[in-house]
Design a protein around this ligand. Structure first.
Ligand code: ITT
Length: 198
């Protein structure tokens, strides 16, 4: 296989991989499983640390440039939880539905005016495992936590993330519209600027 313009994507999340591939049409994103890269424990305390851990691990094992996405939902009324623990909010291996149910439960009775939240995404691109200058980009998408899930598109917390500009949930947005508004789309724009400089 010719690996020019190929990047190993250090993720096991199919929703993320689909969005990132659409946002990076000039690159072929190769899932890390094709190189037998196992999921690494996310021991960092910030999105940046965890994204670096994931990208470095994938680059080390695949011996190719790797890109990682660490992202999550930050809820003001919950002291910024679930944050970096978004994927495992309802426990290790929790499904999206279980994470959503837990979040709705802990926010029960909290009025809409106090349900502000934002998605945050950090993308890290490492040219090799010992890259001393990884490219790091971030993006944020502000919204609120709805009282009930709505919509079928997207993944994760999309059904309960209210998009005030479009008066719907993120899961009701068409794929391209979500990518044009989202934390991931914004991080990718910023990463593309960094890439164009090297
Ligand atoms: P990888 O580490 O393998 O990439 P992961 O799902 O464990 O997959 P994270 O640790 O970065 O990834 O956790 C991100 C979680 O945040 C994800 O599982 C969703 O629950 C949530 N999330 C991130 N971006 C989202 C989006 O665009 N829409 C909905 N939920 C999102």
């Amino acid at each position: 296989m010719n690996h020019t313009n190929s990047l190993v994507i250090a993720s096991g999340n199919a929703g993320k991989i689909k969005e990132l591939q659409a946002l990076l049409p000039n690159y072929e994103l190769i899932p890390q499983t094709q190189f037998n890269v196992s999921e690494i424990e996310e021991t960092g305390t910030t999105f940046v640390e965890n994204a670096i851990l994931k990208a470095r691990h994938a680059a080390r094992i695949s011996k190719l440039p790797a890109i990682a996405d660490d992202s999550g939902l930050v809820v003001a009324a919950l002291n910024d939880a679930p944050g970096i623990y978004s994927a495992r909010y309802a426990g290790l291996g929790a499904t999206d539905a279980e994470n959503i149910a837990k979040l709705l439960h802990v926010l029960e009775g909290v009025p809409i005016a106090e349900r502000h939240a934002y998605f945050f995404c950090v993308l890290v691109l490492m040219r090799h495992a010992d890259d001393p200058c990884p490219l790091i980009a971030q993006g944020r998408w502000d919204g609120c936590i709805l009282e009930q899930p709505s919509g079928e598109n997207g993944f994760g917390y999309d059904p309960i993330f209210g998009v005030s500009t479009h008066h719907c949930s993120a899961a009701e947005l068409p794929f391209e519209i979500k990518n044009s508004l989202s934390h991931r789309g914004k991080a990718l724009m910023s990463l593309s600027t960094l890439l164009s400089r090297i």
